[in-house]
Design a protein around this ligand. Sequence first.
Ligand SMILES: NC(=O)c1ccc[n+]([C@@H]2O[C@H](COP(=O)([O-])OP(=O)(O)OC[C@H]3O[C@@H](n4cnc5c(N)ncnc54)[C@H](O)[C@@H]3O)[C@@H](O)[C@H]2O)c1
Length: 311
Amino acid sequence: MQNALITGGAGFIGSNVALALQEKYPAARLVVVDDFRSGDFRNLRGFRGDIVAADISRLDWSVQFRDRSFDAVFHLASITDTTVHDQFQQVHDNVEGFRRLLEFLASSQTPVVYASSAATYGMGAGRMREDQPLAPANVYAFTKVQLENLAADYSRHCPAWRLVGLRYFNVYGPREAHKRAAASMIYQLYRQMKSGQRPRVFRSGEQKRDFVYVKDIVSLTLQALAAPASGVFNGGSGVAFSFNEVIAALNRALGTQLEPDYFDNPYSHFYQSHTEADLDRARSVLRFEPQYPPARGIADYVAILESAPQT
Ligand SMILES: NC(=O)c1ccc[n+]([C@@H]2O[C@H](COP(=O)([O-])OP(=O)(O)OC[C@H]3O[C@@H](n4cnc5c(N)ncnc54)[C@H](O)[C@@H]3O)[C@@H](O)[C@H]2O)c1
């Protein structure tokens, strides 16, 4: 790894990937492209690479990088603010950004690992497998399906070019604080409990999510670069963990005994009761083995937050 590009590198997952690459390959030249619409410079403190502040869907890639070539691209940039309902903006910025990136890379066929999402599965409940039908329930999820379609189209025409999509589940961990309301439920509940409040969750707290620690997501994202061929893989912990279990783990990590404060779910007819990543494909093809089951990940995260509250 000599030259790597990270789009969305000022964001939560992108900054963790950029800093992990820097640590693993200290001699590599790293470039982040981000327009800071939801990212934050604080996530990149300590980053020694270059940063290009630009909107990927409007950037003229071949002019910007006319003298550069890359041997790996990690594409994390995306609108992640779920309050953005402008369908043109979502589809334009997310899909055109990816299209321009692929057009720029087509001649070199640089391998790309790109972020898709478990949101592509829609509202179904239970264990989710990569080959089940997709049912995006919002425009954000719809754009992720389009990214996968675009990648599949390119890989049909260029079978040797590796384009690897990762359907991340509910990621939590250091460097997500800037996401505020869009940060993980684990972070939201930690903040409430840290300030002495009872953690507020929908009644009866038994809804389950596949919460996956960002350290595992970084490992998966780096490992995906060695995928033998293009494809799409789930990125989760493989464990469905309830909100009540999250609260119990936070109580243990914080040394508190705060009871959940349940309230009625106004979206109960439109709310997922259970998400869980089937990891068979990621395990067998990418050799992915999560190291942080939720209780362990939460304990690690709380220890980091307690030692550096601005993380
Ligand atoms: N965090 C999760 O639980 C989760 C789950 C599923 C998928 N994902 C995907 O993972 C990726 C990273 O998400 P995150 O949680 O780090 O979110 P984030 O909002 O922290 O990071 C996204 C980054 O992309 C940048 N960006 C957005 N649009 C851009 C554009 N057009 N041009 C340049 N930069 C742009 C933002 O400024 C931000 O820094 C995204 O693609 C997201 O859809 C995240």
